[in-house]
Design a protein around this ligand. Structure first.
Ligand SMILES: O=C(O)CCC(=O)C(=O)O
Ligand SMILES: [Fe+2]
Length: 299
């Protein structure tokens, strides 16, 4: 049996019922401190309402076969992997834009100090059941991992995500939450190697990556892959189960917090990018933790 952490170290609960009202909280610290410490900010009663007409999209049939989510880019309005008539796709797009705007309003209200530097990334809609889904080990999100994406290097930016369970029944989003990032760094940094000289420039010039893959990106990808590949670590590391019920929302720095999605169906997610300099304390960022662990600059 893996060891557990105190739930108060992992999750901070905030009582909020609407996307544009101030948080009522009895937290000792400001939400930004809990977030930067690597806690999940959890809003048990913050639901995202769908219209009667939109609930028909709560079906795997709303996604192209082979894809697991619909993806939306609020900057261009482009939607990917949505399936249906032109009218359906327009309605899916409108629903996702509404979620994206609600998530953006929420994070700016909770973390006003981030507002100026926060960049909105992709929105995703996930109407496919997680458990039993076939994937490669590297893409298997039922294994504990910190987020790092091969084709989208982040450099000096953090990955901040807002999630909402929109399951119309009673099914929770079932996650596991793993060890503190400092411990993750201690465990995996000695095992991962340096990239070949020139490989970051090469991958960028041949179009494998969208920007330059920094040493930090390289290290994070290695940690992501190695953590997922180790059965002993997955089984034995300190971890907690958490069930996010329908009608709840949570916010987390997924580049810092080890997480695994074990089951659930029907979720919205909005990604944001935040430069480390905009943090209340950038020393808590994975970038600075890894720089301390390796003793060198990584960007
Ligand atoms: O779909 C989920 O519940 C979470 C999957 C995951 O690992 C992520 O979005 O970073
Ligand atoms: Fe993830």
């Amino acid at each position: 049996m893996p060891r557990l952490r105190e739930i108060s170290e992992i999750v901070e609960t905030l009582d909020l019922e609407s996307w544009d009202e101030r948080a009522r909280t009895n937290m000792a610290a400001a939400p930004v401190d809990a977030l930067e410490d690597g806690k999940v900010l959890y809003f048990p009663r913050l639901a995202f309402a769908l219209s009667g007409n939109e609930t028909r999209f709560l079906s795997p049939g709303a996604v192209n076969p082979g894809a697991k989510n619909v993806s939306f880019d609020s900057k261009t309005g482009a939607v990917k992997h949505a399936r249906g008539s032109e009218t359906d796709i327009a309605a899916i797009t409108a629903m996702m834009r509404r979620y994206s705007d609600a998530a953006a309003a929420l994070v700016t209200r909770l973390f006003p100090q981030y507002a100026q530097d926060l960049v909105r990334g992709r929105t995703s809609f996930r109407p496919v059941e997680i458990s039993g889904r076939e994937t490669s080990p590297r893409k298997d999100d039922t294994r504990l991992h910190v987020d790092a994406f091969p084709s989208s290097p982040v450099g000096r930016r953090r990955i901040l995500r807002v999630f909402t369970n929109v399951n119309p029944g009673t099914q929770s989003r079932h996650w596991r939450l793993g060890d503190r990032f400092e411990k993750v760094a201690q465990t995996f940094v000695p095992a991962v190697s340096k990239p070949l000289p020139g490989s970051a420039w090469l991958m960028k010039s041949v179009g494998i990556t969208k920007g330059e893959r920094t040493q930090y990106d390289h290290l994070m990808l290695n940690i992501h892959d190695t953590m997922k590949s180790r059965d002993d670590y997955q089984r034995d590391v300190v971890q907690n189960e958490f069930h996010f019920p329908p009608g709840s929302t949570w916010i987390v720095f997924t580049d810092q917090v080890s997480h695994a999605a074990m089951g659930g169906q029907h979720l919205f997610e909005q990604t944001f990018y935040l430069p480390v300099h905009a943090m209340a304390n950038e020393q808590k960022s994975p970038l600075r933790v890894l720089e301390r662990a390796t003793g060198r600059a990584l960007v």
